[in-house]
Design a protein around this ligand. Structure first.
Ligand SMILES: Cc1cc(=O)oc2cc(OS(=O)(=O)O)ccc12
Length: 817
């Protein structure tokens, strides 16, 4: 942005203390020419050190904070009822923005945030777990789009990343990398967090840089929300203490408030005492809406979007048991949000304590998308159920009422609350066409540079605008070349122009923005928003898919400039505007790799990706190994498979884990229990199917086999917009030394995914176990594992199957017309 900034130098050129800024056009900066003298001996020579590269003198520290799955009306700062005093503090000390947009989903928003490019441009049209082989969707941030971490690092910043990643491809997440797209490979010198979409906060799949660590073992009160704050505080203090002149960039992105909602007990109790939700979600919306007007963060004439009676029920229509459960769910969520803000407050306080608050640009963004409706209509004790298309009835959920939010649950709340937490807008996370999905809050403080303390700004801003803003504020140029690769232009617009009080009312400079997620889409242009009509709430992601989300859509038009909350559809009054904006959407879509539009969710979860198992159907292991993530391990769902373990049992007998994948909330395990062989399928913690040998294995060598014959057609049906091949029945047989010991038919199997934050482990079990009733991890195998073989036999469609699938697809398309 400011490649014309004059180079600043300090010290005597060639001296060890000399520093320089760089023009920043090429990163890393070209090696300077040796400036000393080389004679035959040192006496006849003069040494010369290249000046140390430093950022411009005025460049502040940058603390970039973004919470997870938190809609516009969650924090008190935006009229919410959940106390977020630390976001309030940033707002009072700086600016509160009211028209900040995300992309409607997690990885996409994050890719946009750290690259300054639209999510499709950055390869993240969808989340990492749903990547497909198109440039806009492959989950690969291009090397022509260096992240802000990389740019700041090469300009002399200390850089770090704490919390959630979700921008590393799932197929590059194993211990053999490649690591180019891990945080440390993308310019963040230090990473402490988890790689995937969400994590158990009590026992996360946690990494320090690229090494998995288990600091919570034996510490039941440990929680990642606190641990990552401690780590960030330590890192900032260390960086500052080692070199006070070197600014830091800290990217602080907690897993809160994404499911599982895992606050500490202390915070749950604090929130429960406040009785914030006793009168239900309809009253909650009214209260929040009144707060928002009182705070002046929505216009006085803004309307509250109507309650969507067709899909969500009124609070008064809930039974007593439902009310009891739903209140428990939302109090746990609220406790998680308040707890998270509290820990963020400690990080901010640490900046103040080191005397750097004035000189730190703190950007605190509430949520990477709207509030999540991925709990479905009733919420769930186990989010892994949601991603397998399973709804848990209220009565069944009551079993977890007392332990809600503890390590016994992977919990999420009812979608009714999610709608309320996006007040005054309609819809929620995943919905790119409606503001409930994409409108966030953002507060910024930087006392040295922003004087209008407590100001409110209404300009249109989007997460892609953060990178160019940081560059403008720091005086660092967007590079033209990084590692020799020509950089694509930054697509965001700096909003530093809004900082001064004099420009409080300046017209928005970001004038056009497309939105797209799962085929649902919209386009903003100069105060107007053309939106597709929502056809599918997030919990209906597992049925047939709209095959033509470009043309098979209905349009709504909103004049946001006078209709803040997107309530009045004026499409019928302005057909020309509709036509103009439709055209504009498609041209923007072509420009940013948004095509081909794809309305599917479930089919993309099970789509094969180029991981280390691609094209293989036999896997052999001869040594214990833990930590292979789901996206890189042999995938057994919707297939037949045979697992064979050759073991040697010592004289005293043996126990322990042979092979496991997943954990308490879904997975399988093949183990010796008091010497007896067991194979167990944990079906999302609702049901367990267990095969068990009748007697303990005698000392000596044995061959154990688990053979599974799958009855369905497999993932091949997905190509015909048909999920019928998934999750079908199958028959498992456990054999010992070639002899069948038990055969059980499973009437259904898991269709989509195991617990994603738990790994494929051989010889022991990391994190949670698949069956608490049988064992406690790590449950190391005390027999010698000589060889473990997994053979996968994927079903193939016969010509007859293909014909039938084609026919039913044609019938479905006709039906939709
Ligand atoms: C496991 C998984 C699969 C998937 O398809 O999408 C996800 C979305 C998730 O939320 S987000 O990270 O907020 O987008 C979390 C986990 C998943």
């Amino acid at each position: 942005v400011r490649g014309d900034t004059a180079i600043e130098t300090t010290g005597t050129p060639g001296a060890p203390s000399a520093t320089t800024t760089i023009d920043g056009k090429q990163l890393p900066a070209p090696e300077p020419k040796f400036g000393g003298v080389i004679g035959e001996t040192t006496q006849k020579s003069k040494p010369w050190w290249a000046p140390r590269i430093v950022p411009p003198k005025k460049a502040p520290n940058v603390l970039l904070i973004m919470t997870d799955d938190s809609g516009f009306a969650v924090p008190s700062t935006y009229g919410g009822v959940i106390p977020t005093p630390n976001m309030d503090r940033i707002a009072k000390n700086g600016l509160r923005y009211t028209q900040v947009y995300s992309t409607a989903l997690c990885s996409p928003t994050r890719a946009a945030l750290i690259t300054g490019r639209n999510h499709h441009s950055a390869g993240f049209g969808v989340v990492a777990e749903q990547a497909t082989g198109f440039p806009g969707y492959n989950s690969l941030i291009g090397r022509d789009k260096a992240t802000i971490g990389r740019v700041l690092r090469d300009n002399g910043y200390a850089t770090s990343w704490f919390g959630k990643d979700h921008n590393t491809p799932t197929f590059e997440a194993s211990a053999i990398g490649p690591f180019e797209r891990w945080p440390t490979g993308m310019g963040f010198e230090y990473f402490y967090g988890f790689v995937g979409g969400d994590a158990n906060q009590w026992q996360p799949n946690l990494f320090r840089n690229t090494t998995q660590i288990y600091p919570f073992e034996g510490k039941p009160d440990w929680n990642l929300v606190t641990a990552m704050a401690n780590e960030a505080i330590d890192w900032m203090n260390q960086a500052h203490q080692i070199d006070p002149s070197k600014p830091f960039f800290c990217y602080y992105v907690p897993g809160a408030t994404h499911a599982p909602h895992h606050p500490t007990k202390e915070w749950v109790e604090k929130i429960q005492k406040m009785h914030l939700f006793d009168d239900g979600w309809n009253k909650l919306r009214e209260r929040i809406f009144a707060n928002q007007k009182r705070l002046g963060i929505i216009p006085q004439d803004a309307q509250l979007s109507p309650w969507p009676k067709e899909i969500l029920k009124e609070w008064d229509a809930c039974s007593a048991e439902e009310k009891k459960l739903f209140i428990r769910q939302v109090e746990t969520f609220a406790a998680f949000a308040a707890y998270n803000d509290h820990e963020i407050g400690r990080v901010i306080q640490a900046v103040e304590d080191m005397g750097e608050l004035d000189n730190t640009l703190i950007i605190y963004i509430n949520g990477d998308n709207g509030t999540s409706a991925e709990g479905g209509l009733y919420g769930t004790p186990n989010e892994v159920a949601f991603f397998n298309g399973v709804t848990v009835p209220v009565e069944a959920q009551m079993k977890w009422y007392d332990v809600w939010g503890t390590a016994q649950t992977y919990n999420h709340m009812s979608a009714h609350w999610a709608w309320a937490f996006d007040t005054p807008f309609s819809w929620f996370k995943q919905i790119a066409s409606h503001l409930g999905g994409v409108r966030q809050g953002m507060c910024i403080s930087w006392p040295a540079g922003i004087k209008d303390r407590g100001g409110v700004r209404n300009q249109f801003t989007h997460v892609i605008d953060v990178v160019p803003t940081i560059l403008e504020v720091t005086g660092i140029a967007a590079p033209e070349l990084v590692d020799g690769i020509k950089q694509a232009p930054i697509e965001g617009t700096s909003f530093a122009y809004t900082f001064d009080q004099a420009s409080a009312e300046a017209p928005s400079r970001h004038t056009t923005q497309y939105f797209e997620m799962f085929g649902d889409h919209s386009i903003y242009h100069e105060g107007w928003l053309l939106s597709t009509k929502v056809t599918r709430p997030p919990w209906e992601a597992f049925g047939a898919v709209n095959p033509d989300p470009v043309n098979n859509v209905a349009w709504e038009l909103y004049h946001l400039e006078e209709d803040f909350s997107q309530v009045n559809d004026v499409a019928a009054k302005h057909p020309d505007k509709v036509a103009e904006l439709k055209k504009l959407f498609l041209s923007e879509a072509r420009k940013y790799n948004v095509l081909p539009l794809d309305a599917s969710v479930a089919p993309r979860i099970v789509a094969p990706r180029p991981n280390i198992t691609a094209g293989r159907n036999e896997f052999v292991y001869t040594r214990p190994m833990v930590g292979l993530p789901q996206g890189d391990s042999p995938f057994l769902l919707n297939s037949s498979y045979t697992i064979t373990a050759e073991i040697d049992v010592p004289a005293a007998g043996a126990e322990g884990m042979i092979l496991t994948s997943g954990g308490r909330f879904a997975g399988y395990g093949f183990y010796l229990l008091k010497g007896k062989p067991v194979f167990l399928w944990n079906l999302i913690d609702l049901e367990r199917v267990k095969w068990e040998g009748p007697e303990a294995l005698a000392p000596g060598k044995h061959t154990l086999e688990f053979d599974f014959k799958y009855d369905g057609l497999g993932v091949g049906t997905l190509a015909f917009n048909n999920l019928s091949g998934l999750g079908r029945a199958g028959t498992g047989t456990l054999k010992v030394d070639g002899k069948e010991v038990q055969t059980i038919k499973m009437p259904k199997t898991l269709p989509m995914i195991l617990q994603w934050d738990e790994s494929f482990d051989i010889g022991s079990d990391t994190l949670t176990g698949v069956n608490d009733a049988d064992y406690q991890p790590p449950f190391a195998l005390t027999a010698t594992l000589e060889k473990l073989t997994i053979k996968v036999d994927r079903p193939m469609l016969s010509p007859q199957d293909v014909k039938q699938l084609e026919q039913s697809q044609a019938a479905a398309v006709d039906g939709a017309r």
